[in-house]
Ligand binder design. Sequence first.
Ligand SMILES: *Cc1c(COP(=O)(O)O)cnc(C)c1O
Length: 365
Amino acid sequence: MSKYWSDVVHGLTPYVPGEQPKLTGLIKLNTNECPYGPSLRVLQAIREAAGEDLRLYPDPDARALKETIAAHHHLQPEQVFVGNGSDEVLAHAFHALLKHEAPLLFPDITYSFYPVYARLYGISSRQLPLDAQFRVVVDDYLAVCAEGRVGGIIFPNPNAPTGIALELEEVARLLTGCPDAVVVVDEAYVDFGAETAATLINRHPNLIVIRTLSKARALAGLRVGYALGSAELIEGITRVKDSFNSYPLDRLAMAGSIAAIQDETWFAHTRERIVTSRHQLTAGLRALGFQVLPSAANFVFARHPTRDGAELAARLREQRILVRNFRQPERIAPFLRITVGTDAQCEALLQALAGIVQGTPAVLS
Ligand SMILES: *Cc1c(COP(=O)(O)O)cnc(C)c1O
Protein backbone atom coordinates (compact mmCIF):
# COMPACT_ATOMS: atom_id res chain seq x y z
CA MET A 1 0.00 0.00 0.00
CA SER A 2 1.20 3.50 -0.76
CA LYS A 3 -0.37 6.91 -0.44
CA TYR A 4 0.98 7.63 -3.91
CA TRP A 5 -1.10 4.90 -5.54
CA SER A 6 -4.30 5.73 -7.35
CA ASP A 7 -7.61 4.33 -6.11
CA VAL A 8 -7.60 1.94 -9.06
CA VAL A 9 -4.32 0.38 -7.86
CA HIS A 10 -5.68 -0.09 -4.34
CA GLY A 11 -8.60 -2.04 -5.76
CA LEU A 12 -6.57 -4.40 -7.98
CA THR A 13 -5.97 -8.11 -7.43
CA PRO A 14 -3.31 -8.90 -10.06
CA TYR A 15 -3.19 -12.19 -11.94
CA VAL A 16 -0.51 -14.60 -10.73
CA PRO A 17 1.09 -16.55 -13.58
CA GLY A 18 2.70 -19.96 -13.07
CA GLU A 19 6.24 -19.92 -11.73
CA GLN A 20 9.11 -19.26 -14.17
CA PRO A 21 11.96 -20.68 -12.07
CA LYS A 22 15.51 -19.40 -12.35
CA LEU A 23 16.79 -22.89 -11.50
CA THR A 24 17.78 -25.14 -14.38
CA GLY A 25 17.11 -28.84 -14.62
CA LEU A 26 13.49 -28.60 -13.54
CA ILE A 27 10.76 -30.45 -15.38
CA LYS A 28 8.43 -27.60 -16.13
CA LEU A 29 4.84 -28.77 -16.60
CA ASN A 30 3.16 -25.74 -15.01
CA THR A 31 2.49 -23.09 -17.66
CA ASN A 32 1.38 -25.01 -20.76
CA GLU A 33 4.40 -24.08 -22.84
CA CYS A 34 5.33 -26.32 -25.75
CA PRO A 35 8.06 -28.81 -24.76
CA TYR A 36 9.60 -28.53 -28.24
CA GLY A 37 11.33 -25.54 -29.76
CA PRO A 38 9.60 -23.49 -32.45
CA SER A 39 9.93 -24.05 -36.19
CA LEU A 40 13.46 -23.44 -37.49
CA ARG A 41 11.87 -21.18 -40.11
CA VAL A 42 10.78 -18.91 -37.25
CA LEU A 43 14.33 -18.64 -35.93
CA GLN A 44 15.65 -17.98 -39.43
CA ALA A 45 13.08 -15.21 -40.02
CA ILE A 46 13.93 -13.56 -36.69
CA ARG A 47 17.66 -13.68 -37.49
CA GLU A 48 17.01 -12.05 -40.84
CA ALA A 49 14.90 -9.34 -39.21
CA ALA A 50 17.57 -8.63 -36.59
CA GLY A 51 19.42 -6.01 -38.58
CA GLU A 52 19.91 -2.32 -39.08
CA ASP A 53 16.17 -1.81 -39.53
CA LEU A 54 15.73 -2.15 -35.79
CA ARG A 55 16.44 1.59 -35.58
CA LEU A 56 13.08 2.12 -37.30
CA TYR A 57 9.69 1.74 -35.65
CA PRO A 58 7.76 -1.31 -36.80
CA ASP A 59 4.58 -1.08 -38.90
CA PRO A 60 1.96 0.17 -36.39
CA ASP A 61 -0.72 -1.64 -38.37
CA ALA A 62 1.25 -4.94 -38.62
CA ARG A 63 -0.19 -5.28 -42.10
CA ALA A 64 1.99 -8.16 -43.32
CA LEU A 65 1.19 -10.25 -40.24
CA LYS A 66 -2.53 -9.49 -40.47
CA GLU A 67 -2.53 -10.55 -44.13
CA THR A 68 -0.84 -13.83 -43.22
CA ILE A 69 -3.32 -14.51 -40.41
CA ALA A 70 -6.30 -13.51 -42.59
CA ALA A 71 -5.21 -15.85 -45.39
CA HIS A 72 -4.73 -18.66 -42.87
CA HIS A 73 -8.32 -18.29 -41.60
CA HIS A 74 -9.94 -17.35 -44.95
CA LEU A 75 -10.84 -13.89 -43.66
CA GLN A 76 -10.00 -10.30 -44.60
CA PRO A 77 -7.11 -8.39 -42.95
CA GLU A 78 -9.74 -5.96 -41.56
CA GLN A 79 -11.11 -8.90 -39.56
CA VAL A 80 -7.79 -9.37 -37.73
CA PHE A 81 -6.32 -7.59 -34.69
CA VAL A 82 -2.83 -8.42 -33.41
CA GLY A 83 -1.30 -7.74 -30.00
CA ASN A 84 1.55 -8.40 -27.61
CA GLY A 85 0.37 -11.83 -26.50
CA SER A 86 -3.28 -12.79 -26.37
CA ASP A 87 -3.47 -11.49 -22.81
CA GLU A 88 -3.04 -7.99 -24.20
CA VAL A 89 -5.58 -8.69 -26.93
CA LEU A 90 -8.00 -9.91 -24.26
CA ALA A 91 -7.40 -6.79 -22.17
CA HIS A 92 -8.23 -4.53 -25.11
CA ALA A 93 -11.30 -6.61 -25.96
CA PHE A 94 -12.55 -6.25 -22.37
CA HIS A 95 -12.05 -2.50 -22.54
CA ALA A 96 -13.46 -2.04 -26.03
CA LEU A 97 -16.31 -4.55 -26.23
CA LEU A 98 -17.22 -6.03 -22.84
CA LYS A 99 -17.60 -2.93 -20.66
CA HIS A 100 -21.32 -2.12 -20.55
CA GLU A 101 -23.99 -1.37 -17.98
CA ALA A 102 -25.06 -5.01 -17.91
CA PRO A 103 -22.89 -7.77 -16.39
CA LEU A 104 -20.29 -9.79 -18.27
CA LEU A 105 -20.90 -13.55 -18.06
CA PHE A 106 -18.21 -16.21 -17.73
CA PRO A 107 -17.88 -19.67 -16.15
CA ASP A 108 -17.15 -20.02 -12.42
CA ILE A 109 -14.16 -22.18 -13.31
CA THR A 110 -12.17 -20.55 -16.10
CA TYR A 111 -9.06 -18.59 -17.03
CA SER A 112 -8.33 -16.62 -13.88
CA PHE A 113 -7.28 -13.53 -15.82
CA TYR A 114 -10.93 -12.71 -16.71
CA PRO A 115 -11.94 -11.50 -13.22
CA VAL A 116 -8.69 -9.51 -13.08
CA TYR A 117 -9.50 -7.61 -16.28
CA ALA A 118 -13.09 -7.12 -15.16
CA ARG A 119 -11.82 -5.46 -12.00
CA LEU A 120 -9.20 -3.39 -13.79
CA TYR A 121 -11.80 -1.95 -16.16
CA GLY A 122 -14.64 -1.72 -13.65
CA ILE A 123 -16.78 -4.29 -15.43
CA SER A 124 -19.43 -6.04 -13.36
CA SER A 125 -19.52 -9.77 -13.90
CA ARG A 126 -21.63 -12.79 -13.16
CA GLN A 127 -20.15 -16.28 -13.00
CA LEU A 128 -22.22 -19.21 -14.25
CA PRO A 129 -21.29 -22.60 -12.74
CA LEU A 130 -19.97 -25.42 -14.87
CA ASP A 131 -22.06 -28.59 -14.47
CA ALA A 132 -21.00 -31.65 -12.45
CA GLN A 133 -18.90 -32.88 -15.41
CA PHE A 134 -17.18 -29.47 -15.58
CA ARG A 135 -18.94 -28.57 -18.82
CA VAL A 136 -20.11 -25.11 -19.91
CA VAL A 137 -23.93 -25.15 -19.92
CA VAL A 138 -25.02 -23.02 -22.89
CA ASP A 139 -28.67 -23.09 -21.80
CA ASP A 140 -27.74 -21.21 -18.61
CA TYR A 141 -26.26 -18.37 -20.69
CA LEU A 142 -29.25 -18.36 -23.03
CA ALA A 143 -31.56 -18.09 -20.03
CA VAL A 144 -29.72 -14.99 -18.76
CA CYS A 145 -29.80 -13.45 -22.25
CA ALA A 146 -33.54 -14.12 -22.46
CA GLU A 147 -34.10 -12.42 -19.07
CA GLY A 148 -32.51 -9.09 -19.97
CA ARG A 149 -29.42 -7.30 -21.05
CA VAL A 150 -26.04 -8.99 -20.96
CA GLY A 151 -22.81 -6.96 -21.24
CA GLY A 152 -20.90 -9.75 -22.95
CA ILE A 153 -19.86 -13.37 -22.63
CA ILE A 154 -16.34 -14.82 -22.49
CA PHE A 155 -14.98 -18.35 -22.10
CA PRO A 156 -12.00 -20.33 -23.36
CA ASN A 157 -12.62 -23.23 -25.74
CA PRO A 158 -11.28 -25.67 -24.67
CA ASN A 159 -11.89 -24.28 -21.20
CA ALA A 160 -8.98 -23.63 -18.86
CA PRO A 161 -7.95 -25.19 -16.56
CA THR A 162 -10.30 -28.12 -17.24
CA GLY A 163 -9.27 -28.78 -20.86
CA ILE A 164 -12.85 -29.62 -21.76
CA ALA A 165 -14.06 -28.51 -25.21
CA LEU A 166 -17.46 -27.15 -26.18
CA GLU A 167 -18.88 -28.37 -29.50
CA LEU A 168 -19.06 -25.85 -32.34
CA GLU A 169 -22.87 -26.25 -32.58
CA GLU A 170 -23.12 -25.19 -28.95
CA VAL A 171 -21.00 -22.09 -29.60
CA ALA A 172 -23.24 -21.27 -32.58
CA ARG A 173 -26.36 -21.75 -30.45
CA LEU A 174 -24.98 -19.28 -27.92
CA LEU A 175 -24.16 -16.71 -30.62
CA THR A 176 -27.65 -16.99 -32.09
CA GLY A 177 -29.39 -16.90 -28.71
CA CYS A 178 -27.48 -13.86 -27.41
CA PRO A 179 -27.28 -11.66 -30.54
CA ASP A 180 -26.99 -8.40 -28.56
CA ALA A 181 -23.96 -9.47 -26.54
CA VAL A 182 -20.39 -9.77 -27.80
CA VAL A 183 -19.25 -13.36 -27.30
CA VAL A 184 -15.47 -13.79 -26.91
CA VAL A 185 -14.16 -17.31 -27.49
CA ASP A 186 -10.59 -17.61 -26.20
CA GLU A 187 -9.04 -20.34 -28.34
CA ALA A 188 -5.59 -20.55 -26.71
CA TYR A 189 -5.76 -24.38 -26.84
CA VAL A 190 -8.11 -25.00 -29.76
CA ASP A 191 -5.48 -26.68 -31.96
CA PHE A 192 -5.10 -29.61 -29.57
CA GLY A 193 -8.61 -30.96 -30.04
CA ALA A 194 -11.47 -28.46 -30.27
CA GLU A 195 -13.20 -26.96 -33.30
CA THR A 196 -12.50 -23.33 -34.03
CA ALA A 197 -15.32 -20.78 -34.10
CA ALA A 198 -13.35 -18.74 -36.67
CA THR A 199 -15.54 -20.32 -39.36
CA LEU A 200 -18.62 -18.66 -37.78
CA ILE A 201 -17.32 -15.10 -37.97
CA ASN A 202 -18.97 -14.08 -41.23
CA ARG A 203 -22.35 -15.30 -39.95
CA HIS A 204 -22.21 -13.86 -36.44
CA PRO A 205 -21.32 -10.16 -36.09
CA ASN A 206 -21.18 -10.55 -32.27
CA LEU A 207 -18.32 -13.07 -32.27
CA ILE A 208 -14.66 -12.46 -31.38
CA VAL A 209 -12.19 -15.35 -31.49
CA ILE A 210 -8.88 -14.91 -29.64
CA ARG A 211 -5.77 -16.89 -30.55
CA THR A 212 -2.19 -17.10 -29.31
CA LEU A 213 1.09 -18.32 -30.77
CA SER A 214 2.27 -19.15 -27.23
CA LYS A 215 0.97 -22.69 -27.00
CA ALA A 216 0.59 -24.63 -30.26
CA ARG A 217 3.26 -22.59 -32.10
CA ALA A 218 5.79 -22.81 -29.24
CA LEU A 219 6.31 -19.04 -29.09
CA ALA A 220 5.33 -18.03 -25.55
CA GLY A 221 8.54 -16.00 -25.37
CA LEU A 222 7.76 -13.97 -28.51
CA ARG A 223 4.44 -12.58 -27.17
CA VAL A 224 2.05 -12.65 -30.13
CA GLY A 225 -1.70 -13.10 -29.99
CA TYR A 226 -4.56 -12.07 -32.22
CA ALA A 227 -8.30 -11.58 -32.47
CA LEU A 228 -10.64 -12.46 -35.34
CA GLY A 229 -14.06 -10.92 -35.79
CA SER A 230 -16.21 -8.61 -37.86
CA ALA A 231 -14.44 -5.48 -39.14
CA GLU A 232 -16.71 -3.46 -36.84
CA LEU A 233 -15.63 -5.27 -33.67
CA ILE A 234 -11.97 -5.28 -34.75
CA GLU A 235 -12.12 -1.53 -35.30
CA GLY A 236 -13.38 -1.11 -31.73
CA ILE A 237 -10.39 -3.03 -30.33
CA THR A 238 -8.02 -1.12 -32.63
CA ARG A 239 -9.30 2.20 -31.31
CA VAL A 240 -8.37 1.14 -27.78
CA LYS A 241 -4.94 -0.10 -28.91
CA ASP A 242 -4.23 3.15 -30.74
CA SER A 243 -5.08 5.04 -27.55
CA PHE A 244 -2.61 2.89 -25.60
CA ASN A 245 0.43 1.76 -27.65
CA SER A 246 0.91 2.24 -31.39
CA TYR A 247 3.58 -0.46 -31.66
CA PRO A 248 2.67 -3.45 -29.51
CA LEU A 249 4.49 -5.85 -31.84
CA ASP A 250 8.15 -5.37 -32.64
CA ARG A 251 9.87 -6.23 -35.90
CA LEU A 252 11.24 -9.54 -34.64
CA ALA A 253 7.86 -10.67 -33.32
CA MET A 254 6.18 -9.88 -36.62
CA ALA A 255 8.81 -11.66 -38.71
CA GLY A 256 8.79 -14.70 -36.44
CA SER A 257 5.04 -15.02 -36.23
CA ILE A 258 4.55 -14.78 -39.99
CA ALA A 259 7.00 -17.67 -40.43
CA ALA A 260 5.29 -19.62 -37.63
CA ILE A 261 1.85 -19.39 -39.21
CA GLN A 262 3.24 -20.40 -42.59
CA ASP A 263 5.04 -23.51 -41.35
CA GLU A 264 2.18 -26.00 -41.52
CA THR A 265 4.51 -29.00 -41.51
CA TRP A 266 6.12 -28.14 -38.18
CA PHE A 267 2.71 -27.33 -36.76
CA ALA A 268 1.00 -30.56 -37.81
CA HIS A 269 3.92 -32.67 -36.63
CA THR A 270 4.23 -31.00 -33.22
CA ARG A 271 0.51 -31.04 -32.56
CA GLU A 272 0.41 -34.75 -33.35
CA ARG A 273 3.25 -35.50 -30.95
CA ILE A 274 1.58 -33.60 -28.12
CA VAL A 275 -1.84 -35.18 -28.65
CA THR A 276 -0.25 -38.66 -28.70
CA SER A 277 1.67 -37.88 -25.50
CA ARG A 278 -1.51 -36.56 -23.89
CA HIS A 279 -3.26 -39.89 -24.47
CA GLN A 280 -0.30 -41.75 -22.91
CA LEU A 281 -0.12 -39.37 -19.96
CA THR A 282 -3.88 -39.73 -19.37
CA ALA A 283 -3.63 -43.52 -19.42
CA GLY A 284 -0.64 -43.44 -17.07
CA LEU A 285 -2.42 -41.19 -14.57
CA ARG A 286 -5.56 -43.35 -14.65
CA ALA A 287 -3.45 -46.42 -13.98
CA LEU A 288 -2.25 -44.67 -10.79
CA GLY A 289 -5.85 -44.12 -9.71
CA PHE A 290 -6.25 -40.51 -10.85
CA GLN A 291 -9.49 -39.15 -12.27
CA VAL A 292 -8.53 -37.31 -15.47
CA LEU A 293 -10.98 -34.97 -17.20
CA PRO A 294 -11.28 -35.51 -20.98
CA SER A 295 -8.77 -33.00 -22.34
CA ALA A 296 -8.79 -31.30 -25.73
CA ALA A 297 -5.78 -29.17 -24.75
CA ASN A 298 -2.00 -29.50 -24.23
CA PHE A 299 -2.52 -30.19 -20.54
CA VAL A 300 -4.57 -32.55 -18.40
CA PHE A 301 -6.58 -31.79 -15.29
CA ALA A 302 -6.42 -34.65 -12.83
CA ARG A 303 -7.18 -35.47 -9.20
CA HIS A 304 -6.31 -38.33 -6.95
CA PRO A 305 -9.23 -39.75 -4.89
CA THR A 306 -7.38 -39.50 -1.56
CA ARG A 307 -4.60 -36.96 -2.05
CA ASP A 308 -4.73 -33.22 -1.69
CA GLY A 309 -3.77 -31.24 -4.83
CA ALA A 310 -1.51 -28.79 -3.02
CA GLU A 311 0.25 -31.62 -1.21
CA LEU A 312 0.88 -33.48 -4.47
CA ALA A 313 2.18 -30.33 -6.17
CA ALA A 314 4.53 -29.67 -3.24
CA ARG A 315 5.82 -33.24 -3.21
CA LEU A 316 6.45 -33.09 -6.95
CA ARG A 317 8.29 -29.83 -6.54
CA GLU A 318 10.66 -31.51 -4.06
CA GLN A 319 11.49 -33.81 -6.97
CA ARG A 320 12.02 -30.83 -9.25
CA ILE A 321 8.78 -31.28 -11.19
CA LEU A 322 6.51 -28.26 -11.48
CA VAL A 323 2.75 -28.59 -12.05
CA ARG A 324 -0.04 -26.18 -11.21
CA ASN A 325 -2.64 -26.38 -8.46
CA PHE A 326 -5.38 -23.77 -7.99
CA ARG A 327 -6.69 -23.26 -4.46
CA GLN A 328 -9.80 -21.50 -5.75
CA PRO A 329 -12.60 -22.22 -6.52
CA GLU A 330 -12.83 -24.99 -3.96
CA ARG A 331 -14.23 -27.47 -6.47
CA ILE A 332 -10.89 -27.57 -8.32
CA ALA A 333 -8.57 -27.45 -5.30
CA PRO A 334 -7.93 -31.24 -5.42
CA PHE A 335 -6.81 -31.07 -9.06
CA LEU A 336 -3.41 -30.77 -10.67
CA ARG A 337 -3.07 -29.08 -14.03
CA ILE A 338 -0.26 -30.86 -15.79
CA THR A 339 1.18 -29.63 -19.08
CA VAL A 340 1.87 -32.37 -21.61
CA GLY A 341 5.66 -32.48 -21.84
CA THR A 342 7.98 -34.69 -23.86
CA ASP A 343 7.45 -38.42 -23.36
CA ALA A 344 10.52 -38.50 -21.10
CA GLN A 345 9.13 -35.67 -18.95
CA CYS A 346 5.71 -37.33 -18.70
CA GLU A 347 7.39 -40.61 -17.74
CA ALA A 348 9.39 -38.85 -14.99
CA LEU A 349 6.19 -37.27 -13.68
CA LEU A 350 4.37 -40.61 -13.61
CA GLN A 351 7.31 -42.25 -11.80
CA ALA A 352 7.37 -39.49 -9.20
CA LEU A 353 3.60 -39.66 -8.69
CA ALA A 354 3.73 -43.43 -8.39
CA GLY A 355 6.31 -43.04 -5.62
CA ILE A 356 4.15 -40.48 -3.85
CA VAL A 357 0.73 -42.15 -4.05
CA GLN A 358 1.92 -45.74 -3.66
CA GLY A 359 4.94 -45.27 -1.45
CA THR A 360 3.56 -43.20 1.41
CA PRO A 361 0.30 -43.45 3.35
CA ALA A 362 -2.49 -41.12 2.29
CA VAL A 363 -3.19 -38.15 4.51
CA LEU A 364 -6.96 -38.18 4.64
CA SER A 365 -8.57 -34.96 5.75
C1 LIG B 1 -2.11 -19.07 -22.18
C2 LIG B 1 -3.45 -18.45 -22.27
C3 LIG B 1 -3.62 -17.16 -22.75
C4 LIG B 1 -2.49 -16.18 -22.91
O1 LIG B 1 -1.65 -16.41 -23.90
P1 LIG B 1 -0.55 -15.34 -24.29
O2 LIG B 1 -0.79 -15.16 -25.75
O3 LIG B 1 0.74 -16.00 -23.97
O4 LIG B 1 -0.77 -14.07 -23.54
C5 LIG B 1 -4.90 -16.68 -22.94
N1 LIG B 1 -5.97 -17.42 -22.61
C6 LIG B 1 -5.85 -18.65 -22.09
C7 LIG B 1 -7.07 -19.41 -21.73
C8 LIG B 1 -4.58 -19.19 -21.89
O5 LIG B 1 -4.45 -20.38 -21.31
